[in-house]
Design a protein around this ligand. Sequence first.
Ligand code: NAD
Ligand code: G3P
Length: 323
Amino acid sequence: MIGVIGGGAWGTALAQVAAQRSAVLLWAREEAVVEGINAGHENALFLPGCALDPAIRATGDLAELAACDLLLVVAPAQHVGAVLAAAPVGRIPLVLCAKGIEAGSKRLIGEVARAVHPDAPIAVLSGPTFAHEVAGGMPTAVTLACEDPALGEALAARLAVPHFRTYATTDVIGAEIGGAVKNVLAIGCGVVEGAGLGQNARAALIARGFAEMTRFGLARGARAETLAGLSGLGDLVLTCSSTSSRNFSLGVGLGRGESAATLLADRRTVAEGAFTAPVLHDAARDAGVDMPITEAVCRLLDGAAVGDVIGDLLARPLKGEVG
Ligand SMILES: NC(=O)c1ccc[n+]([C@@H]2O[C@H](COP(=O)([O-])OP(=O)(O)OC[C@H]3O[C@@H](n4cnc5c(N)ncnc54)[C@H](O)[C@@H]3O)[C@@H](O)[C@H]2O)c1
Ligand SMILES: O=P(O)(O)OC[C@H](O)CO
């Protein structure tokens, strides 16, 4: 049986995919989500309007996950450590599906999981994946990263269904960094949209943002081809082009001059980039990597005026395109 830890939009969509081939037990934090899935086969809080496979069973009791032989970890990045610490994992393989970096510790989610459950094999699933499209059966492709190639290929085969293709790699760090950094850059692209700065600026931000992602990723041991793949460039393009992205939408609000505090207040859904941006900025400084767009997003989240931040970005000394 496949266990899913997290009953947000993405955990629910992944449960829907997994249910095509396996029994699925989904742990959700909210009682209303557990009841809604078990009684009405719908997650009205986080994925409304999607008729779920009746074979998906939900629970509010983490202990029940001990019966699973594979766990998909889909809590928001800042909560993965706490949720995993309370889960009966032991040696059950963990597929990490959150996109972010833990604030304070500056750890990638794989490092967080390994610290709590050192005996559990770790994999990362990431890529361009709006939950509502995946849950609706629309064609989607993801990266499945695992340092053990045999386990990675077995997990990729187990989680794939015809509309959900998994591409295996051994580059776990690359998959993690792409997913974390793209959320920050998506906020920046949203700002460009909200401030009406035009399509040229958005394309420039995607390309220069990808250069930032690559610099940081290579400094942390990622492989360039992973960063240019589904979990990096693929997801960057998706989230930088659509208001279906919570991160892009947050940026649109910032670009219109609304404050981050107002935009983030009382949110039920997560915009991971808002939490990752400051810790990514710190981690980049530690690694000696220049990330001007990430720095600009941090300033905007801290309340700096859009005109000032864009003016400073454009006023930087000219440099070569590579390097
Ligand atoms: N939604 C997507 O399309 C999508 C796609 C791929 C990856 N992801 C990633 O999946 C992760 C989960 O996002 P989502 O979209 O499923 O969430 P969501 O925005 O739909 O829902 C918020 C989730 O946060 C959980 N939560 C809130 N406070 C919590 C706490 N204190 N402890 C534990 N959990 C808490 C809620 O229970 C809920 O599951 C994120 O890292 C996100 O980047 C999302
Ligand atoms: O809505 P976002 O910005 O969290 O993006 C969701 C997924 O990460 C897209 O791949």
